[in-house]
Ligand binder design. Structure first.
Ligand code: NAP
Ligand code: ZN
Length: 350
């Protein structure tokens, strides 16, 4: 066992505070990583606040992890000490079910092991995430960080990036696709950047008039205010693909109306109730309503390589870890441009 320090929450709505923990000794196929940066996802806030009624405390969040390998187990072949590496939302899966064999480990039928608030498949202990100086992960679940990617900026690709990349690839977003991104936050801003990089015509649909200029600066060709009924009516039947990143219960009908024939609206944000969907809106235009959960290991490596090649990087605000509670308050107040990333060097000072 090795000691490490992490920021954890001990109760729902509690503040995150530093605390010592222990990580397991390296198993044969384990990699130890010194964490340099960790992104702050809205899911971290949901989990810490027990919004999904499944949080195990103490809870150490963080699943957008970037660092360097500090040690490897004797059976490790893919990573060496000193390598720049990354870890996303899960750290193990059964490896045998149809989903794992397809490279969709996130859908493992035996249950994927989440990076935090998961259950270690060997010891049964609760997994602890990346708001920490160190993590130990099976080598298969450790990704290679391309040299061309800035380590701090790359962190949000591990969740925000892959979560929007997967449905765009699945539903064929490419040159000329008419795409709308609902909600310009951590996920949404990556949706804009990646859809633009794939050659799509991109519209941002936002509740925030103050984000209109930012949306254009991020590459959006058009911006709609969802609070402007006239502008929304004028966009009916317009889009092939709508990415809905709204983080809480909401009404999807005003967005469904905007889909053209066989268009698809993919919900990635609201991991809870949606208001009732109007069947007539689905039936008209043969519209589709779908969901999507993060993405598999191979897809995540593809995304990292794509972003390195096309110079697509998240827009981040680097924070010290002792300001994490303020960052959570700002995230909930819709005040982040567009992803907080913790500089883990600040943990030693905290
Ligand atoms: P975020 O940075 O807070 O962004 C969400 C954006 O949604 C906000 O910036 C805001 O954009 C808009 N919004 C917020 N509240 C709204 C409301 N009540 N009505 C309409 N629009 C609203 O959050 P995030 O990190 O991108 O995460 C978004 C959601 O995705 C979270 O619930 C998270 O748990 C979930 N998530 C899902 C997956 C998955 O695998 N499916 C993976 C990661 C995260 P505007 O100001 O532009 O309106
Ligand atoms: Zn996340």
């Amino acid at each position: 066992m090795t000691r490490f320090t992490a920021y954890c929450a001990c109760e729902a709505r509690g503040r995150l505070l530093p605390q010592p923990f222990e990580r397991r000794a390296l198993r044969a196929d384990d990699v130890a990583i010194d964490i340099a940066y960790c992104g702050v996802c809205h899911s971290d806030v949901h989990q810490v606040h027990n919004d999904w009624n499944n949080t195990v405390y103490p809870c150490v969040p963080g699943h957008e992890i970037v660092g360097r390998v500090s040690a490897v187990g004797p059976a490790v072949t893919r990573h060496r000490v000193g390598d720049r590496v990354a870890v996303g939302c899960f750290v193990d899966s059964c490896g045998e079910c149809a989903a794992c064999r397809r490279g969709e480990e996130q859908h493992c039928s035996a249950g994927v092991t989440a990076t935090y608030n998961g259950k270690d498949r060997v010891s049964g202990e609760t997994t602890l995430g990346g708001y920490a100086d160190r993590i130990v992960v099976r080598e298969k679940f450790v990704l290679r960080l391309p040299e061309a990617l800035d380590a701090a900026q790359a962190a949000p690709l591990l969740c925000a990036g892959i979560t929007v990349w997967t449905p765009m690839r699945e539903h064929g977003v490419g040159a000329g696709s008419k795409v709308a991104v609902v909600g310009l936050g951590g996920l949404g801003h990556m949706g804009v950047k990646l859809a633009v990089a794939l050659g799509a015509q991109v519209t941002v649909i936002t509740t925030s008039p103050a984000k209109v200029d930012d949306a254009r600066a991020l590459g959006a060709h058009e911006v709609l205010l969802s609070t402007d009924p006239k502008a929304m009516m004028a966009a009916i039947n317009r889009f092939d693909f709508i990415l809905d990143t709204i983080p809480s219960k909401h009404n999807v009908n005003p967005y469904l109306m905007l889909l053209g024939t066989r268009g698809v609206l993919v919900v990635v944000g609201a991991i809870d109730l949606l208001e009732p969907v109007h069947g007539g809106l689905l039936i008209r235009n043969n519209r589709k309503l779908a969901g999507s959960l993060i993405g598999g290991l191979a897809a995540t490596q593809d995304l990292l390589d794509f972003c390195a090649e096309h110079r697509v990087l998240p827009q981040c605000e680097l924070i010290a870890i002792d300001t994490i509670n303020e960052a959570y308050a700002r995230l909930q107040a819709n005040d982040v441009k567009y992803r907080f990333v913790i500089d883990m060097a600040s943990l030693a000072r905290a």
